[in-house]
Write a protein that binds this ligand. Structure first.
Ligand code: 9MG
Length: 282
């Protein structure tokens, strides 16, 4: 259970892993033409890997609250060339953040090592698409859809409702033939949750251990940090690091972040505090 087979690579989850975020949506590259954008994406990947990321999560569809839909062709044209270029240049696990079956299949053929689906394989064709490869899949919880999800999210009990939802998605996946050892779970911070619901969920994150699958968490720079601290997006680093450390202490195995170096440093200090013998020889 501590190892995840990601295509031709094996990822150890014996220690927490950092997943670096690579958005390839037009709003993430405001400076110039397509080639410049491509180069800048690869430079960003190179830096994140130097800083200690072991997974790069490529997203061609914005899932921010209020974000518009993207066509299959547009998403394919944003994501597939970037997967191919990363695969040719770097030795890393490539995760693809998508909810489209066509993108899942094309990404798997292009060399992706993981699929990260914020809709937990609920869209048409996704379950079938993922039975034709053996990649790991992150099943994330979202209430509603990005355009409207923050309108008025409602739960009886935020943590147990989300655990029940994910348990049902695990059941559906395994019934389809997608083995449990391929699955990761994610409570979906910020996806249809109020500020208080997000912090209740963070407080109770260890309850997700009951699902007996690796937990992935994405809190980096989100509104749950900004709204708590009254901080704009450039001033959320300290809050994001605190959330990352707390998540790992509650059992999270993969942390999805923008600020890779700072997160890796913070996790190294946490690991040394927990196991001082790790510092031997330094
Ligand atoms: C794509 N994306 C944005 N936020 C995310 C989160 O919290 N988890 C996962 N798995 N993906 C996310």
């Amino acid at each position: 259970m501590n190892q995840l087979k990601c295509g031709d690579k094996v990822l150890s989850l014996a220690t927490p892993q950092v997943m670096g975020i690579l958005n390839v949506t037009p709003d993430s590259f405001s400076d110039g033409g397509k080639f410049k954008q491509f180069d800048s994406a690869l430079l960003q990947v190179e830096q994140m890997l130097k800083d200690g990321a072991t997974i790069i999560d490529i997203g061609g569809e914005s899932t921010r609250p209020g974000a518009a839909d993207v066509s299959v062709d547009e998403e394919l044209s944003r994501v597939i060339p970037v997967i191919e270029a990363i695969k040719a240049r770097f030795d890393t696990v490539i995760s693809v953040d998508t909810s489209k079956s066509e993108v899942m299949s094309a990404a798997a053929s292009a060399g992706a090592g993981m699929i990260n689906d914020v809709r937990a394989l609920q869209n048409d064709g996704c379950l079938d698409a993922m039975t034709t490869n053996d990649l790991p899949i992150c099943l994330m919880h979202m209430q509603g859809m990005p355009r409207t999800m923050q309108a008025n999210p409602q739960y009886d009990n935020v943590t147990s409702d989300i655990i029940d939802f994910i348990a049902e998605r695990i059941r559906v996946c395994t019934e389809k033939g997608i083995e449990k050892h391929r699955l990761l779970v994610d409570p979906g911070f910020g996806f249809g949750k109020t500020l208080m619901q997000n912090y209740q969920l963070l407080n109770q994150l260890s309850a997700f251990k009951a699902l007996e699958l690796p937990v992935l968490v994405g809190i980096s720079r989100k509104s749950m940090i900004g709204n708590l601290l009254d901080a704009d997006v450039e001033n959320r680093l300290a809050g994001s690091l605190a959330a990352a450390l707390y998540s790992v202490q509650q059992g999270a195995k993969i942390i999805r972040v923008h600020d890779v170096k700072e997160t890796v440093d913070a996790l190294s200090v946490l690991a040394a505090a927990e196991q001082p013998e790790l510092t031997r020889g330094k």
